[in-house]
Design a protein around this ligand. Structure first.
Ligand SMILES: CC(C)(COP(=O)(O)OP(=O)(O)OC[C@H]1O[C@@H](n2cnc3c(N)ncnc32)[C@H](O)[C@@H]1OP(=O)(O)O)[C@@H](O)C(=O)NCCC(=O)NCCS
Length: 209
């Protein structure tokens, strides 16, 4: 679901999984941008609008939209209509044994997840981020490229940890918060906060969620 730049990264992962012998075989994208319909990316066609899913034979879907709230809304609607969700896990991601990953999540190339961590549903673990041991990564979270999470970190539902940020061990990032690119989270981040800097300080509170 989605055919933008992020969706093309997801498609590439699914294609790499297929080439590596996984049963998954992507068939195409759906997107509500009429300018994309009829185009192909990575050899896969944009088949129609999101609402046309039921007319297309398929076994599972993945919501490939970067914005956490939009991804959550579409995931929830599809879930309620009985859809099954594939996990897009790049063959060159390193996931420790025993780590659980929820349906609809995406794990990019170069990601490392260490033992005892739990990854929620509809999560993005973006390129080369590291999730150390015994982390709790909540549903609909996005861990951006190059982020490092120390041991026993909690990232609550819907939070975005921006490119290159670092979260020190045992810290918590509250639900629907945003950690700015390059920040160092040295103290817990309250829910619905936007924090930036080294060490991270609150830039503003979000009131709309
Ligand atoms: C933190 C963030 C959400 C703030 O966005 P915003 O609310 O639109 O804020 P603005 O761009 O208006 O900037 C407000 C102030 O914060 C500063 N600022 C913004 N982002 C910052 C960051 N990451 N680190 C330090 N300062 C930052 C700006 O310079 C500006 O400072 P000023 O008031 O002194 O001029 C955004 O800049 C950010 O870092 N997003 C993460 C993006 C990301 O990594 N996405 C993942 C893609 S894969």
């Amino acid at each position: 679901m989605g055919a933008g730049g992020h969706a093309q990264v997801v498609a590439d992962i699914l294609l790499q999984m297929h080439q590596a012998g996984d049963a998954v075989k992507p068939i195409g994208y759906l997107d509500d941008n009429p300018q994309l319909i009829g185009h192909s990316f990575l050899g896969l066609p944009v088949l129609g609008k999101l609402s046309e899913l039921s007319a297309i034979e398929h076994e599972s879907v993945i919501v490939s939209i970067g914005d956490n709230r939009t991804r959550q809304d579409i995931f929830t609607a599809l879930s309620q209509s009985g859809e099954k969700f594939v996990i897009a896990r790049h063959p060159r991601a390193i996931i420790a044994s025993g780590v659980s990953v929820g349906p609809g999540s995406m794990i990019c190339a170069g990601v490392i997840v260490n033992p005892g961590s739990v990854i929620g549903i509809n999560v993005i673990l973006n390129t080369s981020c590291t999730v150390d041991h015994h982390n709790q990564v909540g549903d609909h979270v996005h861990i951006a490229p190059g982020v490092h999470l120390g041991g026993e970190v909690s990232i609550d539902e819907g939070a975005l940890v921006g490119i290159g940020a670092t979260v020190m061990p045992q810290r918590r990032v509250g639900a629907w918060s945003v950690v700015g690119a390059g920040a160092l989270v040295a103290t817990d981040v309250p829910a619905r906060s936007v924090v930036v800097g080294v060490p991270a300080r609150i830039l503003r509170q979000q009131t709309n969620d």
